[in-house]
Design a protein around this ligand. Structure first.
Ligand SMILES: [Cu+2]
Length: 134
């Protein structure tokens, strides 16, 4: 059932650094092409085996980026957990939403990576958040 696909497989989970602490507030990163990407969840922090609503807000310069196709790609560092890819709903004004039930990790892991892929006709941008679920 468990597949070890990379060298990270033997690492304990405590050696993986989370960079998004969702129990404080939304997490913010900047893509290589200067899109400000905010990532948030409800409930916060998100819960395993529970329907969670994820929100991404995009800003570029002083304005909302509302014309993108946004995909969320959830994975576990060093462990294959299947394909967990969600197309986000464009809610307008630079806000994108998706719901996802976080699967139970067979080895009890709680750290996930959310890749945010932002596609526009002329470009693709990316930001990544590593966070812990409850
Ligand atoms: Cu796992």
């Amino acid at each position: 059932m468990l597949l070890c696909l990379s060298a990270a497989c033997g690492k304990t989970e405590t050696s993986i650094k989370t960079d998004c602490f969702m129990d404080n507030s939304r997490c913010i990163k900047t893509s290589h092409d200067n899109i400000t990407v905010s990532f948030d969840a409800e409930p916060n922090p998100p819960r395993i085996m529970n329907k969670n609503r994820f929100t991404v807000e995009l800003e570029r310069g002083s304005g909302a980026l509302d014309n993108a196709d946004v995909t969320l790609d959830f994975s576990m560092p060093g462990m294959y957990m299947g394909i967990n890819r969600l197309k986000m709903n464009n809610a307008g004004k630079g806000r994108y939403e998706a719901e996802w039930i976080i699967p139970q990790c067979p080895s009890g892991g709680r750290i996930w990576t959310a890749g945010v892929y932002i596609e526009r006709p002329d470009s693709i941008s990316q930001a990544e958040f590593v966070f812990e679920v409850r």
